[in-house]
Design a protein around this ligand. Structure first.
Ligand code: NAD
Length: 298
């Protein structure tokens, strides 16, 4: 029987631990603080930001949301981040991407203090992850969540296992590959220029899809018994649900892949819920570090 890796339930476990540890820290007079910054009206970003702020409140955090108009200047945004960098009540700063075109997202990310960069996108955190300093880095939330899911099936040590990550983005593919490497897997990063992708994928004991192409990974790309982690979130038309209706699918053709895999994450209900849970975990860890205490390990 193929194991379905339930992201909702693992995310709830993470959040339960965050709440418990946040309460313990409150006893020492420290309340984790998360500031979420959004620029413009992008509807998907509005939904993400609202759920991040809601989760933070639910965890007992000090939760602040800055919603800025689409025509906000880069200088104004930099000034806000510098203020948040200096605010001792804030332990995590998240700037929702994408930013409007007139703002240099790279510059904005590098303005966030590395010790408050709970998204893990600052060069300092990227460098720490790349050099194996995972203990003191902030690891980007989506790959960190994907690793926790993988751990449920394969444990922490992936020695001897071949991992293939499809996608080389800075947000998912590259940090995921680094985490797999840190866990001793033999790692291949495949991408849009890879030759014979199905053959490469078939070599994977652990197959991670982070492409952004609906149901691209077919059942016959999956090695029998492999663990399949589907990071993709794609909205496609679902005329079977009624005119104009849509549904979410991953980058993996789920039913086909499930028939071959040993374990697989569904979409929705897989990696998606883990991302926000790991953001809470990173913010909590940041508050522990700021208080000079040993942070919990997730
Ligand atoms: P991206 O567009 O930045 O990167 C996509 C990568 O896929 C690129 O490196 C590209 O080389 C590769 N690629 C594109 N076409 C390909 C092809 N035909 N064959 C092989 N490789 C190909 O995307 P991203 O930000 O890394 O996101 C990837 C997916 O993960 C998207 O569906 C996104 O919605 C989803 N995502 C989910 C979460 C979550 O919370 N679960 C978070 C971030 C991203």
């Amino acid at each position: 029987m193929t194991e379905i890796i339930d992201g909702k339930s693992i995310a709830e476990d993470v959040v339960a631990k965050v709440k418990e540890q946040a309460a313990a820290l409150a006893g020492a007079g420290v309340r984790p603080g998360l500031a979420v910054v959004i620029v413009g009206e992008d509807p998907a970003s509005q939904v993400y930001v609202a759920s991040k702020s809601r989760r933070a409140k639910e965890c007992g955090f000090h939760s602040v949301q800055h919603s800025l108009p689409a025509d906000t200047g880069e200088g104004e945004l930099v000034a806000l981040i510098k203020e948040l960098n200096a605010d001792p009540a804030i332990h995590g700063i998240l700037v929702q991407l994408p930013l409007p075109n007139h703002i240099d997202a790279g510059r904005i990310i590098q303005t966030i203090a590395p010790q408050k960069d709970v998204d893990g996108f600052h060069f300092i955190n990227v460098g720490k992850l790349g050099t194996g300093e995972v203990e003191t880095a902030f690891v980007p939330c989506t790959p960190a969540g994907a690793m926790l899911m993988l751990e449920r099936v394969r444990g922490k040590d992936l020695s001897g296992l071949n991992a293939v990550v499809i996608g080389r983005s800075n947000i998912v593919g590259k940090p995921m590959a680094n985490l797999l490497l840190a866990a001793n897997a033999t790692v291949t990063i495949a991408h849009s220029r890879t030759k014979d992708l199905p053959a490469v994928a078939r070599g994977a004991d652990i197959l991670v899809a982070a492409v952004g192409r609906p149901q691209m990974v077919k059942g016959d790309w999956v090695k029998p018994g492999a663990t399949v982690i589907d990071v993709g979130i794609n909205r496609i038309a679902a005329p079977e649900k009624g005119e104009g209706k849509t549904r979410l699918v991953g980058d993996v053709a789920y039913e086909e892949a499930k028939a071959v895999a040993g374990a697989i994450t569904p979409v929705p209900g897989g990696v998606g819920p883990m991302t926000i849970a790991m953001l809470m975990a990173n913010t909590l860890v940041s508050a522990f570090r700021a208080a000079g205490r040993e942070p919990p390990v997730f």
